[in-house]
Design a protein around this ligand. Structure first.
Ligand SMILES: Nc1ncnc2c1ncn2[C@@H]1O[C@H](COP(=O)(O)OP(=O)(O)OP(=O)(O)O)[C@@H](O)[C@H]1O
Ligand SMILES: [Mg+2]
Length: 260
């Protein structure tokens, strides 16, 4: 049985800041994300991407500003309810090493007190992320990196959240596996009707995947554009510097092809 389609919420940040001592990890960010959209957050290491994501599910509290999911300010929501509504894929996968894959996937259901039909739900989720059923009984270290990343996505989807926050979910993979997973997630996002914010280092991935790309630098959003707008240029030096890399790679490949 396929999960019921859900319609993800909109998200609104107003003047949100989080400082660590003198470091402005996130600095007065205001942002509206449309319900059901897929937004990529890109930027150099340390630009504030993870901090921004973690403030949406209250793993980190802002120093100032407000965050709303749909009509509700996040600070008014019980963190348990909030985390059931938000799927979170960790930057470093973060599977529990001493738990089976099945338990790793079901942990959110357990925490939410949904103990019934867990085995069925785990089977359904393994199908959803295209993993074989027989890995349910294995331990995380018996899976490849790509399989572990899929488990991370399955776990985040377990409670049928309307919002997915994904922090470099497909990092550290070979390019082919990465490309497969990216394409597969795009399909899932559309089928489930969720809202997704995905952090990636890979501009080419962001251009392919997202409806909209946010470029962060020094805790601020320096560009906010569709892939087409980014590719046509004129969206600021920070964005242009990031787009220049895949652009140069593509030009190089085309030139190589012509030279043959
Ligand atoms: N718990 C913390 N304590 C102190 N400083 C922190 C903490 N978390 C983040 N920072 C600092 O805030 C800034 C933004 O960090 P953040 O993790 O949000 O960056 P990022 O864009 O996700 O980087 P990366 O691409 O490397 O994951 C960095 O300068 C970081 O050192
Ligand atoms: Mg990060």
């Amino acid at each position: 049985m396929r999960p019921m389609p859900v319609t993800g919420p909109s998200i609104r940040l107003q003047n949100v800041s989080r400082h660590y001592g003198a470091v402005r990890a996130v600095d007065m960010v205001s942002l509206d994300i449309a319900a059901g959209s897929l937004v990529a957050l890109v930027g150099l290491s340390g630009s504030g991407k993870s901090t921004l994501l973690k403030m949406i599910n209250r793993l980190v509290e802002p120093d100032s500003g407000s965050i709303r999911i749909g009509d509700e300010p996040v600070e008014s929501l019980d963190p348990h309810i909030l985390r059931r509504r938000i799927g979170y894929v960790f930057q470093n996968i973060g599977l529990f090493p001493h738990m089976t894959i099945a338990r790793n996937i079901a942990i959110g259901l357990e925490l939410a007190g949904e103990r019934e039909r867990q085995t069925d739900r785990v089977a359904e989720l393994l199908d959803l992320v295209e993993l074989p059923q027989d890995i349910a009984a294995r331990m995380p270290d018996q899976l490849s990196g790509g399989q572990q990343q899929r488990v991370g996505v399955a776990r985040a989807l377990a409670t049928r959240p309307g919002l997915m926050l994904m922090d470099e979910p497909f990092g550290a993979l070979d390019p082919v596996t990465r490309d497969n997973l990216t394409g597969q997630y795009k399909g899932l996002h559309e089928r489930l009707g969720v809202t997704t914010i995905i952090v990636t280092h890979d501009m080419a991935e962001a251009l392919y995947l997202a409806d909209r790309i946010l470029v962060m630098e020094g805790g601020q959003i320096k560009a906010d554009a569709t892939p087409a707008e980014l590719l046509s240029g004129d969206v600021g030096a920070e964005a242009e510097a990031l787009v220049a890399i895949p652009r140069a790679q593509a030009a190089h490949l085309i030139a190589l092809g012509k030279a043959r």
